[in-house]
Design a binder for this molecule. Structure first.
Ligand SMILES: [Zn+2]
Ligand SMILES: [Zn+2]
Length: 452
């Protein structure tokens, strides 16, 4: 349900502005309760010439903002407990009255105390355009123009394909050629969050958390979710090497390019992550009270103990290349970050068993194009080459099943078999022949003819 900015509560508007300021590059914007009347402001920091300056912001989601609001903010800035320079800002979705502007200008001109900047609805709409904020429904779309590389440019797209097919037996490299190439760009967020929490009881501090962690969140329609560890690694270790996302370049390299959308607002992803961070740092602490009694207490950081430091959107490319062999299409699928990649689907799997059995040898059947495990791979009797049980024509000779490419090969062999001398025929059943030899040896041993 799209939400009109008009339907926003003052509270929603503040939350929205926190995102706006974060997008604009302010440090650690957060809602701050101030004074006894529990008035809410946004406080944040900005770095100017190496110096950190505090900014106190009053948000008013209303049609007109008059002088007392600006005046009140002015005193809030003055009394804001901060060891360093500070300034004020009033943001409204509406407009400022003339006396309100006058007041702000005078504060600015006096130049003795902190200045006050006014941002009205018109200016806010300009800012919104720049950062991808949809003022109609109050969403901040995450705009992403960075992606990890779908392949390593010096190696090209064939390298991953050839290495994926390398372990497959009976398949000349010349046949490994992609019939289709798809790149899906999956929205991911690299979020840096820090937790600072102190847990106290009557005996003093029993537990302290002071950590900064990095998280990777999958942010498409399946998200927010935590992606597989391998994908987290690709994103967190390579986010610094991200390149400009240029759809037209990728359209030259791939037949299909799919770009996922960041389906939720930054706030939603952040809130989700803050809960995960709190869960991760929740622990039960045992301590002894002043009365010598042992206690245990669950220490769970509060929402306000977790600060989102940065949110970096980036696309993780998932490449699918299909190699068509005979009647079969073999997809090779992987997530990539330049030269680094993580396999999702490998051709080393048996078309008959389904899942890859792991560690086994896989063999290409040149007759039908399938890839098979050892138990589904046989030897073509006439030509002595690998064939799969799926497409082979079979016939039993001396109680042993023989495999053929086709009826023609079977007939050719049948004719040859018929022409074989009688003593050669049992050779068509190696286990039988081996059995006979063992039996013979045993008999000879028993008779004392062989000495070891
Ligand atoms: Zn198999
Ligand atoms: Zn086959």
């Amino acid at each position: 349900m799209p939400k009109l900015l008009d339907e926003f509560s003052g509270y929603d508007f503040e939350e929205l502005m926190v995102d706006v300021f974060r997008k604009l590059g302010y440090e650690n914007p957060r809602v701050h309760k101030q004074g006894a009347d529990e008035g809410r402001d946004i406080v944040m920091e900005e770095r100017v010439d190496g110096q950190t300056r505090a900014v106190v912001v009053e948000c008013k989601h209303r049609e007109t903002v008059s002088r007392p609001v600006v005046q009140k903010l002015h005193s809030a800035v003055t009394t804001y407990d901060y060891d360093g320079p500070k300034r004020g800002m009033v943001v409204t979705s509406g407009r400022f009255t003339q006396p309100a502007r006058e007041y702000a200008r005078k504060v600015e001109q006096n130049g003795t105390g902190p200045g006050i900047q006014l941002i009205d609805g018109k200016k806010l709409r300009e800012i919104a355009d720049r950062i991808g904020l949809d003022l109609y429904n109050g969403r901040i779309e995450i705009l992403c123009d960075q992606t990890l590389q779908p392949y390593e440019p010096t190696a090209g797209l064939d390298r991953p394909l050839l290495s994926a097919f390398e372990p497959i037996e009976n398949l000349p490299r010349s046949q490994v050629e992609a019939s289709s190439r798809t790149a899906e760009f999956v929205p991911m967020l690299r979020i840096v969050a820090s937790v600072q929490a102190t847990f106290e009881t009557s005996v003093g501090v029993i537990h302290r958390v002071n950590e900064t962690d990095q998280f990777v969140v999958r942010a498409d329609r399946h998200g927010p979710t935590v992606p597989a560890r391998a994908f987290q690694r690709l994103v967190s270790e390579h986010v610094g090497e991200a390149i400009q996302f240029d759809e037209s370049t990728f359209e030259r390299d791939f037949d299909t390019v799919e770009v996922g959308r960041f389906e939720r607002t930054e706030t939603e992803y952040n809130d989700w992550l803050v809960d995960r961070v709190r869960d991760a740092h929740t622990t039960t602490v045992h301590y002894t009270g002043g009365n010598n009694v042992d206690y245990s207490k669950e220490c769970r950081p509060k929402q306000s103990d977790v600060q989102i430091r940065s949110v970096t959107p980036v696309y993780l490319p998932q490449v699918t290349q299909v190699v068509s062999l005979g009647e079969y299409d073999h997809p090779v699928e992987y997530a990539a970050a330049g030269a680094a990649r993580e396999t999702i689907t490998s051709p080393a799997r048996c078309v008959h068993c389904g899942e890859d059995a792991g560690g086994e040898t896989y063999t290409h059947c040149a007759n039908c194009g399938s890839i098979n495990c050892t138990s589904h791979t046989k030897t073509e009797r006439l030509e002595g080459t690998p064939i799969c049980t799926g497409c082979a024509v079979t016939e039993s000779f001396v109680w042993s099943t023989k495999y053929f490419y086709d009826e023609e090969n079977l007939e050719t062999f049948e004719t040859a078999y018929e022409a074989m001398p009688v003593y050669r025929k049992p050779m068509e059943n190696p286990p039988l022949v081996a059995g006979v030899v063992v039996a013979l040896l045993t008999a000879l041993l028993a008779a004392g003819f062989v000495f070891i």
